[in-house]
Design a protein around this ligand. Structure first.
Ligand SMILES: [Mg+2]
Length: 219
C-alpha cells in the first residue's frame, strides 16, 4: 500500500525520511517486532505472560495488525512509564534479521541528494541508527543530517518530537512547509505531524516504493 499525500510534487524542495521500516524492509519484521514488544513488556511490567498476550491483542500488537500503535504512545496501557521505556530501549533496541532485509538503493539516494537537501528524522536513538545503517548497508553520509535523540536527551526527557524537528528543518532550510515532503511507514507517527504543519507526506511499506516514487516524480 502506498498512500500519496502530496499536493504538488513539483513544489517539493526538501525531503525527510523516517528510518525504521522505511529505508529498509524485512519479511519477518512483524514477527520480530511482536516478540520484541512482548519481551519488553515482560521485562518492564508486572504482567504475567498470559495477561501480556491478551493485552497486546487488545491494544493491537498482533501479527495481523500492521498499523499497531507506537509503543511510546501505548506503553501506559501495560503499566509502563514512558521514561522507563525510553531508558530500556537505549540498549535493548529493536533489531531485525538483517540478512533478509531489503535496503534502499544508495545510488538513488545519491541522485536525490543532488537535487534536494535530505534529512533522516527518527525517534530511535542516534547511536542505534548508526549500528542499523551499517548492518543494512545504508550510507547515512548521503543525508544532510540525521536527527535522532541522544541517549542523554531521552533519559532527561528532553528529546524533541518529530513535529518539532520538522519545524526546525523548515526554518533551517528557509522553505515553506508545503515544500517539504516526509516519507515514512506510519501515518500517525511520521506523516501526520508534517501534515499538521502544512507539509506533504508519503506512506510506504517497502523501500522499493520510495525508489519508484523517486524515479517517477522526484528525479
Ligand atoms: Mg518507521
Amino acid at each position: 500500500m502506498k498512500e500519496y499525500l502530496c499536493s504538488n510534487v513539483k513544489n517539493v524542495k526538501v525531503l525527510v525520511f523516517d528510518f525504521d521500516e522505511t529505508l529498509y524492509y524485512s519479511p519477518d519484521v512483524r514477527e520480530y517486532y511482536i516478540k520484541y514488544i512482548k519481551s519488553t513488556i515482560l521485562n518492564l511490567s508486572s504482567l504475567t505472560e498470559m495477561e501480556t498476550d491478551s493485552l497486546m491483542k487488545e491494544v493491537g500488537f498482533t501479527m495481523e495488525n500492521k498499523a499497531s500503535p507506537s509503543f511510546s504512545s501505548s506503553c501506559g496501557r501495560f503499566g509502563i512509564q514512558k521514561r522507563a521505556w525510553d531508558n530500556y530501549r537505549i540498549d535493548n533496541f529493536f533489531q531485525i534479521n538483517y540478512k533478509n532485509a531489503e535496503s534502499i538503493d544508495n545510488n538513488i539516494l545519491r541522485k536525490l541528494s543532488m537535487h534536494y537537501p535530505m534529512y533522516v528524522v527518527t525517534n530511535e536513538v542516534y547511536k542505534n541508527i548508526l549500528i542499523k545503517a551499517e548492518r543494512l548497508g545504508i550510507d547515512l553520509s548521503i543525508f544532510k543530517k540525521l536527527l535522532a535523540p541522544s541517549a542523554e536527551a531521552l533519559l532527561s526527557g528532553n528529546a524533541k518530537t518529530k513535529k518539532e524537528l520538522y519545524q526546525d528543518i523548515i526554518e533551517g532550510e528557509h522553505v515553506m512547509s508545503n515544500q517539504v515532503l516526509v516519507i515514512g511507514d506510519r501515518i500517525k507517527v511520521d506523516v501526520e505531524p508534517m501534515l499538521e504543519l502544512g507539509g506533504n507526506g508519503l506512506v510506504v511499506t517497502r523501500p522499493k516504493e520510495i525508489e519508484e516514487f523517486a524515479v517517477n516524480y522526484l528525479l
